[in-house]
Design a protein around this ligand. Structure first.
Ligand code: FAD
Ligand code: NAD
Length: 476
């Protein structure tokens, strides 16, 4: 017989944060097939950014040459096991285990270490043989890394040097040569990390540029800078892969100029992520998927099945942790309302108006809102201004020649539509623009309604706003 709960949460990533004080005391089940804490904590945002930091330090030390400082002309000495263990043994694994212990200690929470799939409306079969049902279900099952439809690279095999982002960060020793397939967030961040740590990186990208969904100028500049750091193969796909008895991979590549090959000691496949909805048989639970396999949700994060909500990578195409967190807050509130835990309050809606992202490569890239090409295509009236970091006082200090911030605004109201940045600290620098857009502040209010610390890097933002050719142009 199926065990009945008040609430079932599938996935312990952002799903774990649903157990808010408002829901405490309900009979809650969390089903997790993998490591407690999900992608961001165990194999995503947090360990990657902990790896990016030492990579940044090495790169900055080399780049200090243009400031008249030579830290060391030889390659940096890298203690890979120390870097890896600082991240995983000393921090991530502790946090994951501690989180799991805490949930198991709560008598109103049942943690099932199992894979779930829907076999009916709010009815799940677990691979342990159990069945569970609930009044309410939240699907927070995330996404998984894609592999290649190429023999040898169609499954993860760390022992043979075939990795996705799930495994590459825990390797025992750095490979001498790493082939990275892909040109998106994951590929660019790891190319930066492993390149800086002294690995010879070859990056193979199907299209003609890296980060090709960014503003075209930023994608072009990032691609050019990467070309100076790695062996970059654009407009190229992997057609075949073979491994010698000594463990060297030879990837057969097919590019615009014909066939070539590349040798590597390990391969990282970073060609996108597939949402996990279909693998959960959600349709057996009355939950519809869209054409891309994303669980369909409305503004309240409700799926097409009564009493079932969804959030995060399984239910949106951004595949970003801050989006999953935001949606988790919306779902936690709406489930509490539904369960009668918030008398007098109604459901709330998710706000997806200004979703930002950042790629922690070298340099950093950060953006929100439509690119200029997308605005052109949609026929949206806008003006834009491109501010070079190098034309500001702090940019002079940095001797920066490549970094830019592009701001797009409504020509009449000065309302900020989008921003696209590539340069040092882009992920932090862009935040006042996200804030301005979110709160409906105009370029004029933001530029002239506050002090900007001189000569801080934030003057890049001030100058970009002042440069906008608005109909009612701002004066400097
Ligand atoms: C290498 C990498 C770096 C990233 N860096 C960033 C970053 O810097 N910033 C950012 O915003 N985002 C980043 N992301 C994306 C971010 O990690 C995800 O968007 C976020 O973790 C998604 O959260 P989630 O709760 O939807 O899914 P997850 O955290 O993946 O949680 C889903 C959980 O469900 C479990 N599960 C799946 N199917 C089942 C099943 N059938 N039964 C039981 N359990 C199941 C999984 O094991 C998993 O633990 C990165 C991702 C990767 C891969
Ligand atoms: N800093 C961050 O926020 C961060 C970091 C890592 C991952 N993420 C999230 O994880 C998601 C997945 O990242 P991702 O980089 O795997 O996917 P992605 O969609 O960003 O990029 C996939 C890349 O692989 C290329 N590609 C696809 N098939 C290929 C093939 N056969 N051969 C060569 N190249 C191929 C594509 O052209 C694209 O450049 C991202 O969309 C992002 O939301 C976020």
């Amino acid at each position: 017989m199926a065990r009945h709960h008040d609430l079932i949460i599938i996935g312990s990533g952002s799903g774990n944060s649903l157990v808010t004080p408002e829901l405490e005391g309900l009979d809650i089940a969390i089903v997790e097939e993998g490591t407690f804490g999900g992608t961001c904590l165990n194999v995503g945002c947090i360990p990657t950014k902990m790896l990016v930091l030492p990579a940044d330090r090495i790169t900055e030390a080399h780049e200090a040459r243009r400031l008249g400082v030579t830290v060391d002309s030889a390659p940096a000495t890298v203690d890979w096991p120390a870097i890896r263990d600082r991240i995983f043994t000393n921090r991530i694994d502790e946090i994951s285990a501690g989180g799991e212990r805490y949930r198991r200690s709560q008598d109103f929470v049942t943690l099932y270490a199992a894979r779930a799939r829907f076999v009916g409306r709010r009815r799940l079969a677990l691979d342990t043989g159990e069945e569970i049902t609930a009044d309410r279900v939240v699907v927070a099952a995330g996404s998984r890394a894609d592999l290649l439809d190429v023999d040898g690279l169609d499954r993860v095999d760390p022992k043979r040097g075939v990795h996705t982002s799930d495994t590459i960060m825990r390797i025992d020793e750095l490979p001498r040569r790493l082939a990275i397939v892909g040109g998106g967030f994951v590929a660019c961040e790891f190319a930066h990390v492993f390149g800086a740590l002294g690995v010879e990186v070859t990056q193979i990208q199907r299209s003609g540029a890296l980060l090709r969904t960014e503003d075209a100028e930023i994608s072009r500049r990032y691609t050019e800078l990467s070309r100076g750091r790695h062996d970059l193969r654009l407009d190229t796909v992997v057609a075949s892969a073979s491994r010698s008895p000594e463990g060297t991979w030879t990837l057969g590549l097919m590019g615009r100029d014909g066939a070539t090959d590349v040798e590597a000691d390990a391969v990282l496949v970073a060609v996108g992520r597939t949402p996990n909805g279909a693998r959960l048989d959600v349709e057996a639970g009355g939950i519809e998927l869209d054409d891309w396999g994303v669980v369909r949700v409305d503004a309240q994060q409700r799926t097409t099945a009564d009493g079932v909500w969804a959030l995060g990578d399984v239910a949106n195409s951004w595949q970003l942790k801050h989006v999953a967190n935001h949606e988790a807050r919306v779902v936690a509130h709406n489930v509490a309302v539904d369960a009668g835990r918030l008398p007098g309050e109604g459901p709330v809606e998710a706000d997806h108006r200004f979703v930002p992202h950042a790629v922690f490569g070298h340099p950093q890239v950060a953006a929100f809102g439509p690119t200029r090409a997308e605005l052109d295509e949609a026929g949206t009236p806008y003006v834009s201004y491109t501010q070079a970091f190098g034309d500001t006082a702090y940019g002079w200090a940095l001797e920066d020649t490549t970094s830019i911030l592009v701001v797009c605004a409504d020509p009449d109201s000065g309302g900020i539509i989008s921003a696209h940045c590539m340069g040092p600290d882009a992920s932090t620098l862009i935040q006042p623009l996200i804030q301005a857009a979110s709160f409906g502040q105009s370029a004029r209010e933001v530029a002239r309604g506050q002090y900007w610390i001189h000569p801080a890097l934030a003057e890049v933002v001030e100058n970009a706003l002042l440069g906008l050719p608005l109909n009612d142009r701002l004066s400097r």
